[in-house]
Design a protein around this ligand. Structure first.
Ligand code: 7XF
Length: 408
């Protein structure tokens, strides 16, 4: 089953020729090849009939384009992949069953016992668990480094380092990592750079343009945008994506996206730019409100000049995003009072939904870290995380201010 991806996706179009929303809406689907249907058809088929035995054999050998079986490709999935590739400015994309499916499929495709990976000190809890309990169990060295510390990164890189992996901004504490700097140092030892771009989406940040080799996403979040599915993706060079497709997903993880979830993500992408602009504008306003409140000890939002990597964020991101983390002066107990006092915001994990979501990383998304590791990785027990939704800002201001008053 060689060349499956190559046979199914057209080369990425010139990403600078049209605006972001135009590409998100139009790229990858020709209505006139589908009876004029503006929306790509939802192909609910596990398998595909061959006109002859010889044709089936040619497809299995990768000598003829076309679909075989939906674990190795589905036409609805292909439309989504074309859009994701062009939006991130990559050669090819592969959509998968979850963000974790994308991350694990990428690593399992390329690493072998004895290899090493260098990862940032702050990561989403299940990514941390995969690295420490998954990769390490199979003899792969995993080194946690503060990627803001150039000397520490240099010291951690060896000729056995296959990947440097990080999120920017990091979940949950919003640390921002310099993609171009990490890429330059990693490439010197032949390591490849993977950026989890879930918090930003390609509208706010395109890591491949800064030298990264792969972008991974949880499509569950902003890209699908409505909190109604779990999906993920990886974007990169065609040859690499083809390998993840033909080995990582087909033979190892089986983390295949469902055609319905691919369809819903395509629908979500049509409004991504609009939604992100609103998420960003509301988050900027709420971050200032939170920073000015006397119950608050610290706010982590890359759009505030007090953020430690404020200048880097200005350079690297189109806008500072829709996520805010903060600590109240009263620590954990005050955080719980804040969370129990919100009325409009929902107490829920996940992010990037229309609904504003509030959660407590230490006991929820990052519970996979042992407590002492959480402290070492910069995830404090009192940290509260806010995913700013699309509600009217006036209503959000009332809700958050009221809840902060309870957090004193
Ligand atoms: O497998 P998923 O689609 O849930 O994606 C995993 C994932 C990967 N990267 C980042 C930066 C993520 O934030 C996630 C999922 N995070 C959710 C959260 O932080 O709320 C998961 C809820 S436990």
């Amino acid at each position: 089953m060689k060349n499956v991806v190559e046979s199914l996706t057209t080369p990425a179009a010139d990403t600078t020729a049209t605006g972001f929303s135009t590409r998100a809406i139009h790229h990858g689907h020709d209505p006139f090849a589908h009876h004029g249907a503006l929306n790509p058809p939802l192909y609910l088929s596990a398998t595909y009939a061959f006109e002859s035995t010889a044709q089936g054999q040619r497809r299995f050998r990768g000598e003829e384009p076309g679909y075989i079986y939906s674990r190795v490709g589905n036409p609805t999935e292909s439309v989504l992949e074309e859009k994701l590739a062009v939006l991130e400015g990559g050669e090819a994309a592969l959509a998968m069953a979850s963000g974790m499916g994308a991350i694990t499929s990428l690593f399992w495709t390329f690493v072998a016992p004895g290899d090493e990976v260098v990862v940032d000190m702050t990561l989403y809890g299940c990514t941390y668990a995969f690295l420490t309990e998954g990769l390490r169990k199979f003899g792969i060295g995993v080194h946690f480094v503060d990627l803001g510390d150039t000397a520490a990164l240099r010291a951690a890189l060896t000729d056995r380092t296959r990947f440097v992996f990080f999120e920017t901004p990091a979940n949950p504490n919003m640390r921002v990592v310099d993609i171009a700097m990490v890429a330059e140092l990693a490439h010197r030892v032949g390591a490849r750079v993977v950026v989890d771009n879930t918090y930003c989406t390609p509208y706010l940040q395109r890591p491949l343009e800064h030298g990264a080799d792969f972008v991974v996403h949880s499509l569950t979040k902003y890209l699908s945008g409505h909190g109604d599915l779990i999906a993920g993706a990886v974007i990169g060079r065609r040859e690499d994506i083809q390998q993840i497709h033909a080995h990582g997903v087909k033979d190892m993880t089986g983390a295949v996206i469902s055609p319905l979830d691919a369809y819903l993500t395509i629908r979500g992408l049509k409004t991504l730019e609009l939604r992100m602009d609103r998420h960003c504008a509301s988050a900027a306003q709420l971050a200032e409100l939170i920073a000015a409140h006397r119950a608050v000890d610290a706010v982590y939002y890359p759009g505030l000049p007090s953020h430690p990597q404020y200048r880097l964020a200005q350079r690297q991101m189109r806008a500072p995003g829709g996520m805010i983390a903060f600590e109240l002066k009263g620590g954990y107990d005050a955080g719980v009072r804040f969370m129990d006092a919100v009325r409009l915001a929902m107490r829920a994990v996940s992010l990037g939904d229309a609904e504003t979501l509030v959660q407590h990383p230490a006991s929820m998304t990052h519970i996979t870290y042992p407590p002492e590791e959480r402290a070492r990785h910069g995830i404090s027990e009192g940290l509260v995380r806010l995913s700013v939704g699309l509600e009217n800002i006036e209503d959000l201001v009332v809700d958050i201010r009221n809840a902060l008053d309870h957090g004193r």
